[in-house]
Design a protein around this ligand. Structure first.
Ligand code: ATP
Ligand code: MG
Length: 409
């Protein structure tokens, strides 16, 4: 008899549309899949629009959350059994899958056969009929229902073998992390910015993150939140996020001392964007990402976003601009960052919120206020004293030495 193999078949689609970039996307997806499964890349096989990872049991109940459900670029995946592409090898496995379906209470079924290799003697339709007949002989009470069957026996006949499976499990879709370049996420302790980070990873961006703390005004807990959030994001995509922890204390003090209260929020935002732009240049990041959404709070009017953004020349991406708060919260829950975000610690912006924020800050006013400050020294120092942590899906947190950090760029 033929040798059977347990595998997981992985489907991706959007990548297929990318023309000449296709191989690049596939290589990256393969690498990200290998990292998620913690296996060598060579163990993930590629064959014509599919990846195959070792291991997978089509007879076992499928756990809700598996690593592949968190790899961007994966459309869906199925634990499969591979046999020789011959009817005599396919039929017993189809019968065993049907027996499993029946034992779980299934009363109707369908067969979905696809012949990818034209050397196989039966057409897809003929294979459907042959397998359907064998299953009904073995289980006379079982009815065919092509509309809403209780279970479906899938068979894909390819050059490398026939693949049989029952479950088609959803992946997160999107593009493989790393295929769209690298960006720096401004990660507060709030609900929005982790979601913004997740959405940008979904479109293929690899992420670094920067968090501004303000000891001694904010507790150690704020920093722990940022670490936990970055770690949460690292569990998606390629499996790692580099977090830079910077102090905004001196900047806050300088703003508080020299600027009118109505401008505090935007001045702080401008300062953060400026340091982030410097950090992005050092780390090879081509854009900043923020959790801004239009109109949510006073600093998020179009005028104020424009005034903040005018401080930098790097692109600032705002993936949440079209989202309602309720939609953001729902997504945060789904991706697992919500529970971390609502831990009760103030971030520096919350502490620093002026009583009547100015929603129409004028650029000239802002620049006048800034001209009184020694921004170059303050921001330069914040950057020089940054602490960098490499957060991985499963590895422990690793604090990088400055030299090591630059070497890795
Ligand atoms: P979030 O829920 O992400 O905190 P928010 O709705 O509270 O967002 P703001 O506090 O106005 O909005 O912040 C807007 C954006 O500025 C954040 O989404 C984040 O990208 C960035 N930001 C704010 N505070 C910090 C911080 N302490 N460190 C890094 N980035 C920050
Ligand atoms: Mg916030």
């Amino acid at each position: 008899m033929s040798a059977m193999r347990h595998l997981t078949l992985i489907r991706y689609d959007e990548i297929g549309l990318k023309g000449r970039n296709r191989r690049f996307f596939e290589r990256r997806l393969r690498e990200n899949v290998a990292r998620a499964l913690e296996i060598p890349r060579a163990d993930v096989a590629w064959e014509r629009g599919r990846l195959f990872a070792p291991g997978g049991d089509p007879f076992a109940p499928q756990p809700a959350s598996q690593p592949l459900a968190r790899v961007f670029g994966v459309r869906s995946y199925s634990p499969v059994l591979r046999v020789d592409p011959e009817l005599e090898a396919i039929t017993p496995v189809a019968l065993a899958l049907a027996a499993t379906g029946v034992s779980r209470g299934g009363r109707t079924f369908a067969v979905n056969a696809r012949r990818g290799d034209k050397r196989f003697p039966l057409t897809s339709l003929e294979l459907n009929v042959a397998l359907g007949r064998s299953v009904q002989q073995a289980h006379p009470g079982l009815d065919v229902d092509l509309g809403r069957p209780d279970f479906t026996l899938h068979v894909e006949v390819r050059e490398s073998g026939a693949y049989l499976f029952e479950a088609v499990l959803p992946g997160p879709g999107g593009l493989p992390v790393g295929t769209a370049g690298r960006a720096l996420l401004l990660l507060s302790g709030g609900i929005d910015s982790p979601v913004a980070g997740w959405l940008s990873m979904k479109r293929g961006l690899a992420l670094h993150a920067v968090h501004f703390h303000s000891f001694p005004y904010t507790a150690q807990g704020a920093r722990e939140k940022a670490l936990a959030l970055a770690e949460g994001l690292a569990g998606w995509g390629s499996g790692s996020v580099r977090l830079h922890l910077l102090s905004a204390t001196e900047l806050l003090q300088e703003i508080g001392r020299l600027a009118p209260e109505g401008l505090w929020t935007i001045l702080l935002r401008r300062g953060m964007l400026r340091v982030s732009e410097m950090l992005a240049a050092r780390q090879g990041c081509g854009a900043l990402v923020t959790g801004d959404s239009l109109g949510q709070v006073a600093s998020q009017t179009l005028e104020n976003m424009a005034a903040a953004e005018a401080a930098v020349s790097i692109p600032v991406l705002r993936p949440l601009v079209g989202f309602d708060k309720a939609e953001i919260v729902e997504l945060a829950r789904r991706i697992g960052t919500y529970d971390i975000s609502v831990r009760p610690f103030d971030d520096c912006c919350a502490l620093f919120a002026p009583r009547r924020p100015d929603t129409r800050a004028r650029l000239a006013q802002l620049e006048r206020a800034e001209s009184k400050m020694d921004l170059e020294r303050i921001l330069g120092r914040a950057l020089a004293e940054a602490e960098t942590v490499e957060l991985g899906r499963s590895s422990r947190r690793r604090f990088l030495e400055p030299a090591e950090e630059l070497a890795a760029v």
